[in-house]
Design a protein around this ligand. Structure first.
Ligand SMILES: [Zn+2]
Length: 63
C-alpha cells in the first residue's frame, strides 16, 4: 500500500500527515490529528470524540 497524504488546503506546499495517539487502555487511536508538514503553515486538524477541530497555532503560544 502506498501512503499518499492529502495536500494541505491552506498552503498547498506541505502535505497533511496523520498522527496517532494512545488511549487510556493503551489502544492506538489512529489518525487522531493531521498536521501540515510545512512549518510556516502549521495547519492542523484534530479529531476528538468524533468532533473535528481545526487549530492554526500549533507549536506557537496562543498568548
Ligand atoms: Zn499547510
Amino acid at each position: 500500500m502506498e501512503n499518499i497524504y492529502p495536500e494541505c488546503q491552506k498552503c498547498s506546499t506541505g502535505v497533511l500527515v496523520p498522527l496517532s495517539d494512545y488511549g487510556r487502555d493503551g489502544a492506538t487511536i489512529q489518525y487522531k490529528a493531521w498536521v501540515c508538514t510545512n512549518p510556516d503553515c502549521g495547519f492542523n486538524i484534530r479529531i476528538d470524540n468524533g468532533e473535528i477541530s481545526i487549530g492554526r497555532n500549533i507549536g506557537k503560544s496562543a498568548k
